[in-house]
Design a protein around this ligand. Structure first.
Ligand code: ZN
Length: 442
């Protein structure tokens, strides 16, 4: 039955949880992940300690729409030794030093030859870049440009102990909470990047803790919630190819990526642009910040590309702090655990709970005493709502709810028109409903 629900922010948000979010991201950070392999498994096993994750293995060679799951990649060690035999780069010190998905190699090379397999960023010469080569099998290393420039000529030894197993699999994890309705809201985070903190240990940590918090409301939420932890692109396409029944039930969703840095906040709209998720996220970010960065959908980025593709159109937006690709730390060794901070992880986490509050209460409302204003004084409501001492300010959300409850407007409509924080409109609606002055329509 439709009703104004208690705020999940008030129920579930624990101030100070940012440290726990950061600590969990820090646990995931050192792991060398890729689109398949043991790094993804190890990552999911950590998540599985927080929530009862369903972990799937899909064999290499399996078709997923237009894609074929690649041979599984694993790496054990990699290094380069200089002509004196000193290790000048070591995978065990930083996993970005290896081209992700690199083929194995063992041999001696003149510097000029070796350079063809070394990736650097001349414009950010002190950082190691993150580079991948999933579908063109190649071998390679990444290092700072400064380091490359400092190398004397001579014979170097290069070693990469990795393999591509055609009998391996792609691994992804999911977690599902059935609500009162079969309609599903999706939260998804990619789990394929190696040691990059914002992109996307931050997203995995927020997604995990959100799933864990919502578990305490299992069966009592309006919507069902689907959480996905999958390698970017191929992982979400694989999930989509195996979940036709659920896809029909998903109307909205959110990708969580780069949610821990001091920039932003940023929201990239779904392809539709005006879905409930778009309106909800925009309202929450505008409540929180003077100038959030709200950008229209464009078909490049994270897995919103897959979920919003023509066959699915799942209305999935992307929540970020800084916008991917625009912050200088993006896809470099500077995207480390110093770059993400507990307070910003906590803000992003709280934002997701605030968004859920909007979704869960997105009903049109009807004023049950619509002939003029109801007498709030005789009900003990006048001036008694909200915590503010100034009566005008305290009562404003109530008057907005009463005025706009004509069966045409939802709580979000009212909060947006009133330019009041959603939380206050929600509180007012709840009090009015409890006092028999308001009912909600499904
Ligand atoms: Zn990335």
């Amino acid at each position: 039955m439709p009703m104004i629900r208690e705020s999940v922010v008030q129920k579930l948000y624990q101030p100070g949880i940012g440290q726990e979010l950061w600590d969990f991201a820090n646990t995931l950070y050192p792991i060398c992940r890729s689109i398949s392999g043991n790094g993804v498994r190890e990552t999911l096993s950590h998540i599985n300690q927080k929530i009862d994750l369903q972990i799937h293995e899909v064999p290499s060679g399996t078709q997923a729409f237009d894609w074929t799951i690649a041979p599984e990649w694993n790496i054990r060690d990699a290094w380069i030794k200089d002509p004196q035999g000193n290790k000048i780069i070591d995978f065990k010190k930083h996993n970005l030093h290896v081209l992700n998905y690199s083929a194995p190699i063992s041999g001696k090379f003149q510097l000029s030859e070796l350079k063809k397999h070394i990736y650097t960023m001349p414009d950010q010469p002190d950082l190691i870049p993150y580079r991948t080569s999933y579908y063109n099998i190649n071998w390679g290393f990444c290092m700072s440009h400064d380091q490359l420039m400092s190398l004397p000529d001579g014979e170097y030894e290069a070693f990469i102990d990795s393999d591509h197993n055609p009998k391996g699999s792609l691994t992804y994890g999911e977690y599902f909470l059935q609500g009162e309705s079969d309609e599903i809201f999706l939260f998804s985070a990619h789990c394929c990047h190696p040691s990059l903190a914002n992109d996307n240990c931050s997203g995995m940590s927020v997604n995990t803790h959100l799933a864990r918090a919502l578990t305490s409301l299992k069966g009592k939420t309006r919507y069902s919630y689907q959480f996905i932890f999958a390698p970017g692109t191929i992982g979400s396409i694989t999930w989509l190819s195996r979940n036709e029944d659920k896809i029909r039930r998903i109307k909205n969703g959110l990708i969580l990526s780069c949610v821990g840095d001091p920039g932003g906040p940023t929201y990239k709209r779904s392809q539709a642009g005006d879905a409930i998720v778009d309106r909800a996220v925009e309202k929450i970010l505008r409540d929180e910040e003077a100038n959030p960065n709200i950008v229209d959908f464009w078909p490049y980025g994270y897995d919103e590309r897959q979920y919003n593709s023509p066959a699915f159109r799942l209305n999935v937006g992307l929540l970020l702090r800084s916008r991917f690709g625009l912050f200088p730390e993006y896809h470099t060794s500077a995207d480390n655990m110093d770059f993400i901070r507990p307070e910003y992880l906590e803000k992003s986490y709280k934002n997701t709970l605030q968004i859920i509050d909007i979704l869960e209460n997105e009903y049109r409302t009807v004023n049950l005493a619509p002939h003029g204003e109801p007498n709030l004084g005789k009900r003990g409501l006048y001036g008694a709502i909200g915590g503010d001492k100034k009566a005008y300010d305290a009562n404003l959300p109530v008057f907005w709810m009463l005025n706009q409850s004509d069966g045409e407007h939802t709580l979000l409509d009212v909060a947006t028109r009133a330019k009041l924080p959603y939380e206050r409109i929600h509180d007012a609606a709840k009090v009015l409903a409890e006092n028999g002055l308001l009912r909600v329509e499904g």
